[in-house]
Design a protein around this ligand. Structure first.
Ligand code: AMP
Length: 413
């Protein structure tokens, strides 16, 4: 068998892992600033956690879940998204005693989608949720937070925020009925895929990318006409707040999101530089979901962003190479070198060593890595109980006792 990784999965290393770590760091910092607490949930759950809440007719549940039966006949699924596991964790760990609960998580998700640029079968998501308030300020807080994080990670990218309101459950039922009626009368112009969704999931036709579908959707019924006064007010409050905060947004009446549980506010951040997989971050309200999962009847709202898509837009950072190199000229100085290693570790001085007992090779490596200093361990150093340290930029060379090295390296005068 040829050794290979599974289609749609990838190893993360080199420049990519630096970007991933940087994203996690910035996300955690922003979470801390707004008092969101981190939760890590297992990567698999009982399958029933996902099927109903996400929508039995949703693409994720119909085609994309990695589900299996284990030896105890448990039906398990690798998590395709984070919101339901987070809510499950909040309920089973009694975290909802004090609401609103503000939580976030970072980790891998699994969907059996057709792999392409920005779309993988294992990918990493950042997730933020606020459970237990229907105040529109929670919607604003989450949008502001995502805006801040994306701005910090992608200062030069042009990113567009789109928002919409889906109203409450009754609004949606009403709206879906009328959409189905409308699409049935224009069936002949719709794509095969959309025709299949007319009766089961007509909302999804609205965000189809097929040209014919887009044209038909232009004149389809608009959700805004169906909103209750309460939903309208919520949406207007949100828009006013975004304007107050100077956060630019576009209204997109066809923004519906892929999963069944959304209601009221939905939003997405998109980039024009990602090709067809252009959504960086998406979220919305899910006011009935916590109850459906067996928790109290409290509302919730959250968002998820794809780390791979963000990192596609991130510029590579200039990697700061280790500036201190070591040259050990002979195997017999290993013990003497160990003393130096202990000293450097204790003083938190990073260094590079090439495991070659060869002065010339060590110097070549140091010069090609733009190292600033090299410490040489040879016969003289060993016999005289000192270390030679050379400044590779000035050429200056000094013989130092072990305990003088830290001061020498940090002496800026
Ligand atoms: P969703 O849960 O579908 O709303 O996705 C939220 C975010 O996760 C998207 O905006 C993407 O950035 C990312 N994402 C979703 N699916 C994939 C995938 N298959 N591969 C890579 N990133 C994804």
């Amino acid at each position: 068998m040829k050794l290979r990784s599974v289609r749609g999965t990838h190893d993360i290393f080199g420049e990519q892992i630096d970007k991933f770590n940087n994203i996690s760091k910035i996300v955690s910092k922003n979470a801390y600033l707004k008092d969101f607490k981190e939760i890590q949930t297992p990567i698999f759950e009982f399958s029933e956690l996902f099927a109903k809440p996400l929508g039995e007719q949703s693409d994720v549940v119909l085609k994309e879940m990695y589900s299996f039966e284990d030896r105890n006949n448990n039906f398990l699924t690798l998590r395709p998204e984070y919101t339901t596991p987070m809510i499950r964790a909040a309920i089973t760990n009694n975290l909802l005693n004090e609401i609103p609960l503000k939580i976030f998580g970072i980790g891998p998700m699994f969907r059996r989608e057709r792999p392409q640029k920005g779309r993988y079968r294992q990918f990493n998501q950042i997730n933020f949720e606020i459970l237990g308030t229907k105040d529109f300020l929670a919607d604003v807080e989450l949008i502001l937070l995502s805006n801040n994080i994306l701005k910090e990670l992608l200062p030069k990218s042009k990113i567009r925020l789109q928002i919409n309101s889906l109203g409450d459950k009754n609004t949606l039922i009403d709206f879906k009925k009328n959409l189905t009626k409308y699409f049935n009368t224009h069936k002949n112009k719709l794509s095969e895929e959309s025709i299949n969704k007319i009766d089961t999931n007509p909302l999804r036709i609205l965000d189809s990318k097929n040209e014919g579908d887009v044209e038909i959707s232009l004149s389809s019924p608009k959700i805004y006409e169906y909103l209750t006064d309460e939903a309208k007010n919520h949406y207007e409050d949100l828009k006013r707040s975004l304007n107050l905060l100077d956060i630019k947004f576009e209204e997109n009446a066809n923004l519906v999101r892929g999963l069944d549980y959304y209601c009221n506010t939905v939003f997405e951040f998109k980039s024009d530089n990602l090709g067809s997989q252009d959504t960086l971050l998406g979220g919305g309200r899910y006011d009935g979901l916590i109850k459906v999962l067996g928790g109290p009847d409290i509302p919730g709202i959250g968002w998820a962003a794809g780390i791979e898509r963000i990192s596609l837009l991130m510029e590579s950072e200039k990697k700061i190479s280790t500036t201190l190199h070591i040259a050990v000229t002979n195997q017999k100085f290993k013990d003497y070198f160990l003393h130096l290693q202990k000293y450097l570790s204790e003083n938190k001085i990073s260094y590079y060593w090439n495991y070659k007992y060869n002065l010339k090779k060590s110097f070549t490596k140091a010069n090609t890595s733009s190292a600033t200093h090299i410490i040489i361990i040879g016969e003289n150093e060993f016999n005289g109980n000192f270390f030679t340290i050379k400044n590779l930029m000035t050429g200056e060379q000094k013989e130092l006792k072990l305990n003088q090295i830290f001061h020498h390296l940090n002496d800026k005068s």
